[in-house]
Design a protein around this ligand. Structure first.
Ligand code: PLP
Length: 480
């Protein structure tokens, strides 16, 4: 493909994507394929000779589209949203075109510098404490990680490193292996599995902290666990708080947990993967109160802030805690002005060396929506969730299972888990709307998340009508 063909095909591809997104609601949201469906549809080896673009595109329709779960459909209500917007898609296209890899400042100065400034812009939108911003002289700053899972892992590893150093300062004879074997991290029993996974990867014990009636971790509970562990000779070193848990969008009480962590020298990381985007609205910002006690904070603009995957933003108060933990300086990565102090090398902030120019899509989105456009987007989703909640509450066959704070509604048919499982199974079989379940206090609960950029009131009403009708059929069947 030469430049002339790329121009033509590129324009066609933009049309293809725009047509797809414009007409997405007419597709079945959940695919009707069986595991292994794809292998038999394409050859078992790559072609020896080049094929035509037409052939490739034909197979996109034939092979790929039948196996797509349409995350951008207004009928998609599963998990949490996966953000998408035209400005972000264009920013990403430019990123692919430039094809630069920004592991050091010198490897592509704009790539590094825009990232630092975008993280400051976003940090200011969230009203993060000044400590988390890089500015020109700050000790903190932000980085784009691929996912919230990576951010949690990086925070845990940095905390591990900091604690080992700290213990060895007072007890130089103690080996790193011995200290690590005594470390204990904590997170909510409602936290995302990625936190437990960070513990497994980081080789430290993670204890799950029980939650209160609102599925929130309280300081009193953590305090008791920390005291117990210290008395048994362990070293509490890390607590991952969640703002907006995956099952029910619950919020740990960080205003009381923060001071406890600070007093106990426990690194507090905040995982606000989904809910974080809402903090740009003044009315939801109180949910972030207590962030001033945290050592690190992360959320995913790629969930709810119209920036396509991947874009998980993480801030630290003292960037040397993170950078210093894993710093290596091979000669092929050195450059003039490396020690200017004016810029950072993002290769020190995460696991990969290579990194894409992801801040471009943030810049496009922030400028083309403006803060007011982004706030309006969040507010609309929250309002739609409230509409759905009201519809559920009006139907006496159902119950709401957790407080509805943002764009997620947890609900269930009054009755057995089996009944609710059967309802979800039927929804999935029909593929008109897509939801996933969760367990709350051991009970099977349905989660309705407002996800799509184009989800409107009518989609929410239609979704509810569909659920109510399926429930009537199901209850009728159970009675007869
Ligand atoms: N944390 C929370 C609270 C989540 O809800 C999720 C995913 O939904 C994650 C972490 C994992 O996100 P990621 O895919 O960015 O690792």
């Amino acid at each position: 493909m030469d430049a002339a063909e790329f121009r033509r095909r590129g324009k066609e591809m933009v049309d293809f994507v725009a047509d797809y997104l414009e007409n997405i609601e007419h597709r079945r949201v959940y695919p009707d394929v069986e595991p292994g469906y794809l292998r038999s549809m394409i050859p078992s080896e790559a072609p020896l000779e080049p094929e035509s673009y037409e052939d490739v595109l034909r197979d996109v329709d034939r092979v790929i589209m039948p196996g797509i779960t349409h995350w951008q459909s207004p009928h998609f209500h599963a998990y949490f949203p996966s953000a998408s917007s035209y400005p972000a898609l264009l920013g990403d296209m430019l990123c692919g075109g430039l094809g630069c890899i920004g592991f050091t400042w010198a490897a592509s100065p704009a790539c590094t510098e825009l990232e630092t400034v975008m993280l400051d812009w976003l940090g200011k939108m969230l009203q993060l404490p000044e400590d988390f911003l890089a500015g020109t002289q700050g000790q903190g700053g932000g980085v784009i990680q691929g996912t919230a899972s990576e951010a949690t892992l990086m925070a845990l590893l940095a905390a591990r490193c900091k604690t080992v150093k700290c213990v060895q300062e007072s007890d130089p004879q103690r080996s790193e292996a011995d200290i690590i074997s005594k470390l204990i991290a904590y997170t909510s029993e409602e936290a995302h599995s990625s936190v437990e996974r960070a513990g497994l990867i980081g080789g430290v014990v993670i204890r799950m902290v029980p939650t209160d009636d609102n599925f929130s971790v309280r300081a009193e509970t953590l305090e008791k666990m920390v005291a117990e562990d210290k008395a048994a000779g362990f070293i509490p070193f890390f607590f991952c708080a969640t703002l907006g848990t995956t099952p029910s969008c619950a919020f740990d009480q960080i205003t009381e947990l923060g001071p406890l962590c600070n007093a106990e020298k426990i690194w507090m990381h905040i995982d606000a993967a989904y809910a974080g985007s809402s903090f740009i609205c003044p009315e939801f910002r109180p949910l972030l109160d207590g962030v001033e006690f945290a050592d690190s904070f992360n959320f995913n603009p790629h969930k709810w802030l119209l920036v396509n995957f991947d874009c998980s933003t993480m801030w630290v108060k003292k960037r040397t805690d993170l950078i210093g933990a894993f710093k290596l300086d091979p000669v092929y990565l050195k450059y003039d002005n490396q020690e200017s102090g004016l810029v950072t090398d993002y290769r020190h902030w995460g696991i990969p060396l290579g990194r894409r120019f992801r801040s471009l899509k943030m810049w496009f989105v922030f400028r083309m929506y403006g803060q007011s456009g982004l706030q309006a987007y969040i507010r609309k989703h929250v309002e739609l969730a409230k509409v759905f909640e009201t519809l559920v509450r009006k139907d006496k066959r159902f119950e709401i299972s957790a407080e509805v704070v943002l764009g997620l509604v947890c609900f269930r048919l009054k009755g057995s888990d089996e009944l609710n499982e059967a309802l979800l199974k039927e929804m999935t079989r029909l593929g008109k709307i897509h939801l996933v379940p969760c367990k709350l206090r051991g009970r099977f609960v349905l989660r309705f998340a407002v996800c799509g950029r184009t989800t409107e009131l009518r989609h929410v009403q239609e979704a509810w009508q569909h659920i109510a009708e399926l429930s009537s059929e199901l209850l009728q069947k159970h009675r007869s």
